[in-house]
Design a protein around this ligand. Structure first.
Ligand code: FAD
Length: 286
């Protein structure tokens, strides 16, 4: 366990980055978790015409500008995926597999998944369905695991789990050259429809076949916010916030797509700023 940070920011899209620069300007000791590419939703935009000051910029150009900005302010992204955040009263404990980080306040800027959960996914969560393959891998030693991967990071998880599991079915939800290392990983280019079982997961039904499996990992960019932070109030799939970007948990703020529509860069960045400034006021009041 390391230092206790003032503010931990979860998510490296426009909301998280804007929160980070504003908290840093206010001299707070921050840590920001996210990805090397910052946000695939920023990177993928073909042309952006509604980000003030950047007419006709492409998503990758905008990402590069964001990267330049944080570099200039000595802000580094910690490229780890937070699995669960526990409100401990005085502080928050952020769990990354077996590792823990601590912060006095947190800002959730995790974005939103456009895809709906699969049929059976929520029903079997914790009974064979999981969102962090590397965390739960030891449970599947010598067993059959299906990984439904929405991004390239899922390939790394598949490679790791394949060291323990007997067999992996990898169902990619994107097109790429898949970097899957071991012979016990079978790629199934098919559409997952449903997860079925009895007291626990037994099968995954794909469009063209049904596969018997002991575990299913659904690996997306972000998970439902109340999975990430137990006790967090969520309304219509979004984190409930007030105008200060405060959630129902003291010291926990949220910003960006995870708080609701419209899903836009400038709204996300603006909310990240409001969340950071209110997190600073919260810290000053302690
Ligand atoms: C193709 C496309 C084009 C678009 N074009 C436009 C446009 O022209 N104009 C516009 O205004 N908007 C556009 N948008 C919408 C815009 O991308 C989003 O509104 C914006 O990115 C939201 O920012 P955010 O910071 O809330 O979340 P995101 O940008 O989604 O960033 C969230 C980040 O948090 C990370 N994360 C999530 N959970 C965790 C965790 N547990 N631990 C660590 N990291 C985590 C994610 O991996 C992600 O990198 C477009 C979106 C798409 C997909």
């Amino acid at each position: 366990m390391g230092d206790r940070y003032d503010i931990a920011i979860v998510g490296s899209g426009p909301a998280g980055l804007s929160a980070a620069i504003n908290a840093k300007i206010r001299n707070k000791n921050i840590i920001i978790f996210g990805n090397k590419n910052l946000s695939s939703k920023v990177e993928k935009a073909p042309k952006v015409n509604n980000y003030l000051g950047f007419y006709e910029i492409t998503g990758t150009e905008l990402r590069d500008q964001f990267q330049k900005h944080i570099n200039s302010m000595n802000i580094d992204i910690t490229t780890e995926r937070i699995n669960t955040i526990y409100a401990m009263g005085e502080y928050f404990a952020l769990a990354v597999n077996e590792k823990m980080y601590e912060a006095k306040a947190i800002i959730l800027a995790t974005g939103i998944e456009y895809t709906k959960p699969l049929k059976g996914e929520e029903e079997f969560l914790g009974r064979g369905v999981g969102y962090c393959a590397t965390c739960d891998a030891p449970l599947y030693k010598g067993k059959v695991v299906t990984i439904i991967g929405y991004n390239r990071e899922a390939e790394e998880e598949a490679n790791y789990v394949s060291e323990l599991a007997e067999k992996i079915f990898y169902v990619p939800m994107y097109k790429a050259e898949y970097n899957l290392k071991r012979g016990n990983i079978e790629i199934l280019k098919d559409k997952p429809l449903e997860i079925q079982g009895d007291d626990r997961v037994r099968n995954v039904i794909l469009k063209n076949e049904t596969i018997a499996t002991d575990g299913v990992f659904v690996l997306k960019d972000s998970v439902a916010p109340n999975q990430l932070v137990p006790g967090l109030l969520v309304e219509n799939d979004h984190i409930k916030v007030d105008l200060n970007m405060s959630t129902n948990i003291k010291g926990c703020f949220a910003a960006g797509d995870c708080t609701g529509k419209p899903y836009q860069y400038m709204r996300a960045a603006g909310q990240g700023q409001v969340a950071a400034l209110n997190a600073v006021s919260y810290l000053d009041s302690l």
